[in-house]
Design a protein around this ligand. Structure first.
Ligand SMILES: [Zn+2]
Length: 221
């Protein structure tokens, strides 16, 4: 068994690709900023020239609309996703991480791979990885899940969803921590690292004294 505690831990980070043509976001953002600027200038000129002043509202309005469009274009891309030994993590301001042992299901729904489970902080998670804009991440999730927790893969998966070696950026992971967590078999807290063992496949932790022959995920301990 691989000692998950001493092995160097890394995961891969996937940037969503935009479904909009490249550069459209910046173009819309810049046009919005220009219109807002022009609107502000005409607003201040309204006392000298009422004709120019009358243009302020429509110019400001179009600037606001363009900026809102830029925000929508950026939101549609989705969060960055990380995939690795510690599970699936979504970069949503804070990192929302679903460890493999806490993934309940992975299923393709409406053009997205939907990840359902519980975060490392105990909160329910339901996040979608768009198969178009987040294809690399979705493929990596499916490939890792096949190795680690195949039972959570539900339903039909689209053909051609293959993980590409070298896709994503390698980022360092914190060492796996056992102390302070609860034994998956007994529910008892584990006070010291040396008192526990971790499953190399799903990262459930057990008190060494209470560990079963096989982890709940099926891997030998
Ligand atoms: Zn396991």
């Amino acid at each position: 068994m691989i000692d998950a505690r001493t092995a160097v831990r890394t995961e891969r980070r996937y940037e969503p690709s935009s479904s909009a043509p490249p550069g459209l976001f910046l173009l819309v953002l810049n046009a919005g900023a220009l219109a807002a600027g022009a609107g502000a200038v005409t607003f201040f000129l309204r006392e000298k020239s009422p004709e120019i002043g009358a243009l302020a509202a429509p110019i400001l309005g179009s600037g606001a609309a363009l900026l809102a469009m830029a925000a929508a274009l950026s939101a549609v891309r989705g969060a960055r996703v990380r995939v690795g030994p510690a599970g699936i993590a979504f970069e949503k301001g804070d990192l929302v991480r679903v460890p493999w042992y806490a993934v309940e299901s992975l299923r393709v729904e409406g053009g997205a791979l939907v990840v359902r489970g519980t975060s490392s902080f105990g909160a329910p998670v339901s996040e979608a990885c768009n198969l178009h804009t987040h294809r690399e991440a979705a493929a990596a999730i499916v490939a890792e899940a096949r190795e680690r927790v195949p039972a959570v893969l539900l339903g039909e998966l689209p053909s051609g969803l293959e993980a590409r070696a070298g896709a994503g950026e390698v980022v360092a992971l914190e060492p796996l921590q056992i102390a302070g967590r609860r034994c998956a078999a007994t529910g008892k807290p584990i006070a010291f690292e040396a008192d526990g063992v971790a499953c190399a496949r799903c990262e459930r932790v057990y008190l060494a004294a209470a560990r079963p022959a096989a982890c709940a995920c099926g891997a030998d301990l």
